[in-house]
Design a protein around this ligand. Structure first.
Ligand code: F6P
Length: 328
């Protein structure tokens, strides 16, 4: 498709839902409406694109959603979009609705699909980073991360009460896929005894000795935060390996799970989502295509999908070092 004036755009959410996706959707629809664009919302991400589930979205259709978790357009992980036949069917629907460009709200898989598709069919895409994992390069934070960390910290605060009452050791597993961001920020924010993430090496001897020393120094309980993607098998795997040696601390495992994906987005996530949704439409109208928007050092920025997908974002050494120093 030749690049032409943008008059009709489609927007969708894809991959794991994240609190703040609705706020991003609202910002996209309202910025587009202000610029006199027609907006179509696609249900269930690439699945809905393949099946032709499009709905016209006007400014009032996104009223009263900024405070809601989940995504009003619903979402999916689409295997069919990974096939040429699936993408061809999706393209036919975009053509039928005369869509000039798409805005995709999601994570790595969403951006990968957008890149492949836009190269095949020459339809401009802009990506908005929406995932609780904060694992996308090109933005300091992804939409949903702050809410997920707040939820995890709230859960750990509660676990501390029972851990303290019984003098127990808890291994708490948080989400993040292969990334340790949620674990690290949760550990710092909840004052955990230790944090185990895929990005830094874990020495179980060290961990045991820290926990024993803590006990000897009079610490009555310990909470260890473990990233689900930890190569030793998450919290359950770690606990299995060392629990018999720490039996006197009555080790327990808690997996917080999908609780971290729900709930009202925090103020930070609403603001981030609003800024990114607004920026995505403005950049599209300025001629940008096949980029992901982000915020780095407080400023809106963008980068090609290729970089956002392939470059790895890892937590800073300083934060990792700080987490262990503050836990003494
Ligand atoms: O990417 C978000 C995320 O919640 C990850 O942290 C987690 O590994 C994964 O999605 C779980 O996916 P699903 O909800 O499909 O089980």
């Amino acid at each position: 498709m030749e690049r032409k004036d943008i008059r009709r755009i489609a927007v969708f959410t894809s991959g794991g839902d994240a609190p703040g996706m609705n706020a991003a959707l609202r910002a996209v629809v309202r910025t587009a409406a202000w610029n006199k664009l027609h907006v179509y919302g696609i249900e269930r991400g690439y699945e809905g694109m393949i099946d032709g589930h499009f709905q016209r979205l006007e400014r009032r259709d996104v009223a009263n959603i900024i405070q809601r978790g989940g995504t009003m357009l619903r979402t999916a992980r689409s295997k069919r979009f990974m096939t040429p036949e699936g993408r061809r069917a999706a393209y036919e629907h975009l053509k039928a609705y005369d869509i000039d460009a798409c805005i995709a709200i999601g994570g790595n898989g969403t951006f990968t699909g957008a890149k492949v598709f836009s190269e095949e069919f020459k339809i401009p895409f802009i990506g908005i980073p929406g995932t609780i994992d904060n694992d996308l390069y090109g933005t300091d934070y992804t939409i949903g991360f702050d809410t997920a960390v707040n939820t995890a910290i709230d859960a750990v605060d509660k676990i501390r009460d029972t851990a303290d009452s019984h003098n127990r050791l808890f291994f708490v597993e948080v989400m993040g896929r292969n990334s340790g961001y949620i674990a690290l920020y949760t550990a710092i924010g909840s004052g955990a005894s230790s944090v185990l993430i895929p990005e830094s090496e874990t020495d179980l001897e060290d961990l045991k000795s820290v926990l024993r020393k803590n006990k000897a120094r009079g610490k009555l309980f310990s909470v260890v935060i473990v990233a689900e993607g930890h190569p030793m098998g998450g919290a359950t795997g770690i606990a299995e390996k060392i629990q018999h040696e720490l039996a006197s601390m009555e080790p327990k495992v808690t997996v917080i799970g999908h609780l971290q994906r729900g709930g009202a987005p925090t103020a930070s996530d609403r603001l981030l989502a609003s800024r990114l949704g607004f920026a995505a439409v403005e950049l599209l109208l300025q001629g940008a295509e096949n980029i992901a928007v982000g915020i780095v050092n407080g400023e809106v920025t963008s980068m090609p999908f290729e970089d956002a997908i392939t470059k790895q974002k890892i937590p800073s050494d300083e934060m990792i070092r700080m987490a262990s120093i503050l836990a003494i």
